[in-house]
Write a protein that binds this ligand. Structure first.
Ligand SMILES: [Zn+2]
Length: 238
């Protein structure tokens, strides 16, 4: 594992069950706003600045700027529509995605500097959303693959994510077969996709614990159903 540069002007965090439900859509709004305020203030972020998306399991990547600050911070309806990833090179623009089993992917280029954050469920992973986020960062910020650092939020892993055999036609990577059943590892397949883009393996942090196995610590859609809470992934340049 290579070390991040000594001067990292970055805030990066992933909430857990302990921090409470962060969703303005799947839970109580006032409770979620309180949870967001507490979690983000501990990171030095004003929750009213948060940039959120109406995530649709698509592959649209949004370049977030100062004008987007506060989108979806107070109400779900104010979120940026039809978006599953953000990139930015602007300071003090906190970008967020919300997950409960889906994978979040944190991207950081210390040289430009610039950041990205991707909501990668299987549908978005099938559409190669992380490649699209990386290529938009390259186009807009002139970043180079060898300069990127990447980390993952906790997600459901190959131990628990059983899928139908149709997935064999969706993914050439990330599937394992056990006793005739198929299991998908979102973190593993996205990591391999990043390696094919030219990112350095030592700059990619290892994937995190499985949300289904560790349901005591994380909300899990597969374990608890659609109305379970959501974890927040957040990243901001300082
Ligand atoms: Zn598991």
């Amino acid at each position: 594992m290579s070390k991040l540069p000594a001067q990292v002007n970055l805030v990066i965090a992933f909430s857990t069950r302990r921090h409470g439900d962060m969703s303005l859509y799947y839970g109580g709004i006032s409770e979620a706003l309180n949870n967001r305020r507490d979690f983000l203030s501990s990171l030095g972020i004003d929750y009213r600045d948060l940039v959120c998306a109406r995530q649709i399991h698509g592959d649209r990547v949004r370049y977030a700027t100062e004008e987007d600050k506060g989108s979806g911070a107070n109400s779900y309806g104010g979120s940026i529509p039809d978006t599953d990833a953000f990139i930015t090179d602007k300071k003090n623009v906190p970008i967020a995605v919300f997950t409960a089993d889906c994978l979040s992917i944190f991207i950081y280029d210390p040289k430009t500097p610039s950041i990205g954050l991707v909501h990668a469920g299987w549908r978005s992973s099938k559409k190669k959303i992380v490649s699209k986020a990386i290529s938009l960062m390259q186009a807009k910020f002139n970043t180079k693959p060898q300069d990127f650092y990447v980390g993952f939020g906790s997600s459901i892993r190959g131990c628990c994510c059983e899928v139908s055999s149709d997935f064999k036609s969706y993914f050439s990577d990330g599937l394992t077969e056990k006793n005739g059943r198929f299991y998908l590892d979102l973190a593993g397949l996205n990591k391999n996709e990043l390696l094919t883009l030219g990112l350095k393996e030592e700059n990619i942090f290892p994937p995190q614990d499985c949300t289904f196995c560790h349901n005591d610590a994380f909300f899990s859609y597969r374990k608890e159903g659609l109305a379970c809470g959501r974890q927040m992934s957040v990243i901001m340049l300082k």
